[in-house]
Design a protein around this ligand. Sequence first.
Ligand SMILES: *[C@@H]1O[C@H](CO)[C@@H](O)[C@H](O)[C@H]1NC(C)=O
Ligand SMILES: *[C@@H]1O[C@H](CO)[C@@H](O)[C@H](O)[C@H]1NC(C)=O
Ligand SMILES: [Zn+2]
Length: 533
Amino acid sequence: METTFLITCALLCLVGSVPSAPRRYGVQQYDKDLFHPTDFQRTARSSRYTTDEEGSGYWIDGAQKILINHLKEVHNTNRARNVIMFLGDGMSVPTLAAARVYQGQLMGETGEESHLFFEDFPYTGFSKTYCVDSQVADSACTATAYLCGVKGNKGTIGVTASVDRGSCEGMRNQSNQVSSLLKWAQDSSKSTGIITTARVTHASPAGAYASVAERNWESDADVASSGQDTSKCDDIAEQLVFGSTGKNFQVILGGGREGFIPADKVDEEGEQGKRLDGRDLVQEWQKQKESSGFRGQYIWNRKQLLSLNYTNVDYLLGLFEGSHMKYHLEADEENEPTLAEMTEAAIKLLSKEKNGFALFVEGGRIDHAHHSTTAKRALDETVEMAKAVKKAMELTSNEDTLIVVTADHAHTMSYSGYPTRGNDILGLAGLSDVDKLPYSTLSYANGPGFQPPERSCNRHDLTEDNMKTDTYEYPALVPLTSETHGGDDVAVFATGPWAHLLTGMYEQNYIPHVMAYASCIGSGLTACSNDKR
Ligand SMILES: *[C@@H]1O[C@H](CO)[C@@H](O)[C@H](O)[C@H]1NC(C)=O
Ligand SMILES: *[C@@H]1O[C@H](CO)[C@@H](O)[C@H](O)[C@H]1NC(C)=O
Ligand SMILES: [Zn+2]
């Protein structure tokens, strides 16, 4: 139906029956600056910013404070006992900028001056996210880069680019497999853990423990539906429970129960399993810990997480949803912990190991929210990740813990227009001087938020929409079922031992090399082998 409508509309435009069809305007139309018109449609001046900002003192004092802080900085060359990586899936630079405004506006401020907790880290850099076979990356090949230190092909995890996507044979060849920062930490007797708000078998966390030619092989049912032999080609859930890295994790927290239980069983919340091999990997995980003389605790809701007695637990498996965990805005408080709560639990448990720990924490649903062009959810998930980073900082010491916050790839959300200071970041930026219709500050290059033109061939009128809902789909230029990733660089924020090595612009696979160097693990250069200590 939509297609018929589009065609009708295109025909109407062609025959020129619509006088108000948008016209391109020429330079001569403006005698001043065409590119920065002064008569741009403006919203009212915000009265919310402090009058201090009108003077010079506020700005000079602020800048001098930053300067003094930087002058006080000395490179921290301690050995990092602990390393923590926070990964905002799809957390592009415009996402950071918009999320900080959203955070400030939630507190009744103008917002622009706000900062996400980790934006105050002393060192920042940029990482180039492309993969061996792709200009714009996905979460699988980037996980191989930022966790294993090697770039591979799109869709593959924990294997080199000699493995084509979907090649079971290629992934089984051990000389094509690469290991992760968490494996290197285990080899140095550190405790390790993974946390995500997505399924624990999803691409990003899988980079910590799996070697797989297809990111979608999360359960044996997925392997089988690709026509592969499930006895040869181990699915990701199986690798998490039995693989040489996965079986050693003291902490596994996130969603994704479906990949662990049989298709003819339902989980604690009545959701159906996916496995075709009839195995219950949650039970097998518990038996495995027990038979090695450890106390393995399986939990599935928030109450159980918050009431854990850490002295009685050696290994923790928490699966809080059948699939991904719910968006924070929609989460059921009874059952779903926040990312900060999961981070706190993990650090408490992992800290029992005197040799220190390596922890991977993913804000996994920033990406999903962007794919749906539901910008508000993406910003909210970003703010939630910032809270988790703050919690980690409170529970560790900057003297011995390296914390890195980054993203795997960008998205197409743009933050644009000339809205006034303090304008609702989720609202309208002004009116177009061409079609006289409003446009939003946040919009996407593509995705489901595309709206076909009206019958008059005019652009869709956004004032007809209810932009206040959490699920509002922001406008997109090109219609796609799922908005795409972006190819732009992503930011890296670092604090703690050797964090200064992450300054600059580099390939994404450099990041775990620095984390290994700082904590004296892995097979490359380390701060210890370098005789710096
Ligand atoms: C395993 O992979 C290596 C490196 O890609 C390759 O040289 C070798 O031929 C492969 N072995 C088999 C049995 O395919
Ligand atoms: C935790 O368990 C230990 C050992 O069983 C016990 O001594 C302690 O009282 C418990 N702590 C709490 C807060 O229940
Ligand atoms: Zn994505």
